[in-house]
Write a protein that binds this ligand. Sequence first.
Ligand code: HEC
Length: 93
Amino acid sequence: MGIIFVIFLIGGLVIFNGYSKNASSNPVEEKPRDFKCLKCHKGSKSLENMVKEKNITSAEELRVLIRKGPKSGLHTTVPDEDLEKAIQYLNLK
Ligand code: HEC
């Protein structure tokens, strides 16, 4: 009798553990995905491609290019906050 109780107890714990894992499996957002840059930069013009094409290797280079580069006029509406998100998104340092 006792052993059946223990089996139930363990089974219950395993199931409960599975449920609570699912409930709390709110994956931590590693990369921001909802920032302004992505509204314009899609497909072949994706940020990843732009950065590769322009050989941007540091966060500072990207900041300067966006704010002072030849295409800065296209980026006047982009808040600094989103520029920083882009830097995170692209893993630039
Ligand atoms: C309003 C639309 C728009 C938004 C928002 C936008 N871009 Fe752009 N971006 C463009 C266009 C259009 C170009 C020119 C593409 C080309 O050269 O064909 C461009 C060019 C670039 C370039 C290349 C710059 C150069 O000098 O050639 C980079 C890098 C870039 N964008 C990054 C970003 C980042 C990072 C963000 C967010 C902080 C952003 N863009 C937001 C439209 C946008």
